[in-house]
Design a protein around this ligand. Structure first.
Ligand SMILES: NC(=O)c1ccc[n+]([C@@H]2O[C@H](COP(=O)([O-])OP(=O)(O)OC[C@H]3O[C@@H](n4cnc5c(N)ncnc54)[C@H](OP(=O)(O)O)[C@@H]3O)[C@@H](O)[C@H]2O)c1
Length: 335
């Protein structure tokens, strides 16, 4: 093992830094050295808000190139707006930085291919930021499914939502095609969890969306067709995402003998995560987990991958497949 700390820079004074900035500071193999924003003073204000003890040791920049060209920065965390990820990731990669890109990695498969080509050329690590995958509750669900307890998986449902506050309406001021709306914000979780439930890629997608005046979806619901199994049984994945209702981040897998459910994929550090399952022969259980911070685990994992030259858990193949399914949903909803 290597006891070196990876030196991180944050590209953007985004709201999600509330979670990721402390995670970079707290991960034992990571060190925050810089943060940048294009809004004057916003980087410094973010640091003062979430890590006031670090204002002397972390560089604050009012333009992004300063961070990208900072030789002290080894890895970048990119929480910029969805449609900006590809452009800025490629700039960071070309400057030799490893990069953790918030979900979605990009809003077209072609852009992810460009990121991948740049990363290969510069020999740097890149990962899409699906922090939820690092929470132990999902490994337990996988264990339950693989044990055969719920039989063959034939259906999955993913429901993700939160109420978009008035102050944050700038996030839905552009069309779905330009990266706005629920599809690119919470849709990546829904599609990612459905693909993971089946361990397959969808053959087709149908979707209905409610669009606002900018062409951004404020709610979308749809079905992913994962094809028939060897016995000719249908395998559908249902997703339901919305900015118009209360917070929900659950998925459920239904098999031939029972079901298993994750009650909250967006679990906070001090929450007690719960999964439940039931079988046709009358068994029912709720399982509770010790609190665990998936943001810290995600950062520690990516630092470990860079420091010890390991492949990140979440691959380019996964990012491209997720984006392809999101593009299919977008096209279906646009019809
Ligand atoms: N993993 C998670 O749990 C999680 C949660 C939420 C979001 N996300 C992802 O993280 C990324 C950022 O999401 P977010 O909700 O944190 O976005 P956000 O607050 O809207 O910030 C996105 C970018 O917009 C700029 N910005 C921030 N506040 C602004 C404001 N008041 N007016 C104008 N521009 C502003 C910032 O760039 P400048 O500093 O350069 O201006 C920032 O990098 C997205 O890709 C999203 O999908 C992930």
């Amino acid at each position: 093992m290597n006891d070196k700390k990876l030196k991180w820079g944050i590209l953007g004074a985004a709201r999600v830094n509330e979670r990721l900035l402390p995670a970079i500071i707290e991960a034992p193999n990571s060190q925050l050295v810089a943060i940048a924003s294009r809004r004057a003073g916003a980087a410094k204000a973010t640091l003062e808000k979430y890590a006031p003890c670090y204002t002397d040791s972390v560089a604050c920049y009012d333009y992004m190139d300063a961070l990208i060209n900072d030789k002290n920065v080894e890895a970048v965390y990119c929480p910029m707006a969805n449609e900006e990820h590809a452009e800025w990731a490629i700039k960071a990669i070309n400057a030799g930085k490893h990069i953790l890109i918030e979900k979605p990695m990009a809003i077209t498969v072609a852009d992810i291919e460009r990121i991948e080509a740049a990363a290969k050329a510069k020999n740097v690590k890149v990962m899409e930021g699906f922090m939820y995958r690092f929470h132990p509750q999902h490994a337990r669900i996988q264990e339950i499914v693989e044990s055969g307890l719920i039989g063959d998986v034939l259906s999955a449902r993913a429901s993700y939502s939160f109420l978009m506050k008035a102050a944050r309406m700038y996030r839905i001021n552009r069309s779905m095609a330009d990266g706005g709306g629920a599809l690119w914000d919470i849709g990546p979780y829904a599609i990612h969890s459905l693909r993971w439930c089946f361990g397959l890629e969808p053959k087709s997608v149908i979707a209905h969306a409610k669009l606002n005046e900018h062409g951004a979806d404020t709610a979308m619901s749809g079905v992913l067709d994962f094809g028939q199994d060897a016995e000719g049984r249908a395998r559908f994945g249902h997703f339901d995402i919305s900015f118009e209702r209360s917070r929900k981040s659950e998925y459920e897998i239904i098999g031939t003998k029972g079901w298993v459910k994750c009650h909250a994929a967006w679990v906070f550090q001090n929450d007690v995560p719960v999964i439940s399952w039931a079988t046709e022969d009358g068994k029912y259980a709720e399982e509770r987990f010790a609190p665990s911070n998936h943001f810290n685990l995600e950062i520690a994992h990516f630092s470990d991958c860079v420091l010890n030259d390991m492949a990140p858990l979440l691959t380019f193949e996964d990012a491209k497949a997720n984006c392809k399914a999101l593009e299919m949903a977008l096209q279906a909803a646009a019809k």
